[in-house]
Design a protein around this ligand. Sequence first.
Ligand SMILES: Nc1nc2c(ncn2[C@@H]2O[C@H](COP(=O)(O)OP(=O)(O)OP(=O)(O)O)[C@@H](O)[C@H]2O)c(=O)[nH]1
Length: 320
Amino acid sequence: MTDKIPVTVLTGYLGAGKTTLLNRILTEPHGKRYAVIVNEFGEIGIDNELVVGADEEVFEMNNGCICCTVRGDLIRILDGLMKRKGKFDAIIVETTGLADPAPVAQTFFMDQDVSDAARLDAVVTVADAKWLSDRLKDAPEAKNQIAFADVIILNKIDLVTADELAEVEARIRAINPYARLHRTQNCSLPIAEVLDRNAFDLDRIIEIEPDFLEEGHHHHHDEEMQSISVKLDGEVDPEKFMPWISNLTQVEGPNILRCKGIVAFPDEPKRFVFQGVHMILDGDVQGDWKPGEKRSSRVVFIGRDLNEKAIKEGFLATAA
Ligand SMILES: Nc1nc2c(ncn2[C@@H]2O[C@H](COP(=O)(O)OP(=O)(O)OP(=O)(O)O)[C@@H](O)[C@H]2O)c(=O)[nH]1
C-alpha cells in the first residue's frame, strides 16, 4: 500500500441516500479525520447544511455538475487538501445524483498532481430500491453509476416487497456483476464495507469504457432536467406551507425527482428541513438557527416538465 490519501467517490441517483450514508459515516466513532467534498445540482446550497459537521471540513461545489463544469474546482480543492497532507486520513467526494462517475474517477488518473498524492479507493453507489428500475430506463447517469460501482448499496429496502427487491437486484447484476452489493435501510452497514476498500479496478473500468484514460470525455446532461431554486427572504407560514408542499408533491410527484428545502417558521427556534423523492415527503425540525443568522427560507426542486412559474409563485405565497 502507498501513503497516498484514499478517496471514496460516493455516487447514486437523486435521492437514493448518499447524504444519509455520509452522515452515518461521519457520526460513527471511527477516530479518523475525513475531508468531505459535496457537489450539488441546484443554485442554492442545501446539501452541505444537511451534512452533519463534526470535525470534518465540508467543501461545497455548487456551480454546476462535478463531472462537467466544475471538474477544475474538484482538482483545485483536491490540490489544496493534498498540501495539507497528514491532516486527513481520507477524502470523501459526494457527487450530485446527476453526475456521471466516469469523469470524476478519471480525475484521479489524468491529473498528475492529484494522482501523485491521492488514490481512488472505491466508487460507492447508493441505489434506491424503489425507483432504480425506472431510472435505469430513462436516466443514463443511473446506469453508469451502477456500472462504475465497486460497492453498491441497495437502499430503501423497506419500501419494496421481496419480489421487487429481487427484481431490482437482478437488473443491477445484469449491469454490474462484480461490485459487492449490500441491501440496506437508511444505509445502515458497517463503515468498513464502504471506506478503505482498495477496490477500484482500473482494468475493469477500461473494459466498460475503453477511452477512460483519454482526455475529452464529455457527459451530456439530460437537457430536460430542470433545477428550480426559490429563496424567500423571511419566514413561511406552516399553515400555508405544509398544504402547498404536500399538494405539490402529490400532484407533480411523478415529475419531481428530488426536492428539498430549509425553511423558517415563526416562533420556531429550529430550522424546518424537508426533502422528498417523487411523492414521498419527509420533514422535521433540525438544528437551531444560529444567533444573528438571517431566518430565510429556500427550496429546490429537480425534475422534468415542472411549472417553474407556478412553483415559484406557490412558494412565495406561503410567506408568513
Ligand atoms: N424509506 C426510506 N427512506 C430513506 C432511506 N434512506 C434514506 N431515506 C430518505 O430518502 C431521502 C433522500 O435521502 P438522501 O440521503 O438525502 O439522498 P441523496 O442521495 O443524498 O439525495 P441527493 O443528494 O439529493 O441526490 C431522505 O428523505 C431520507 O430520509 C431508507 O432506507 N428508507
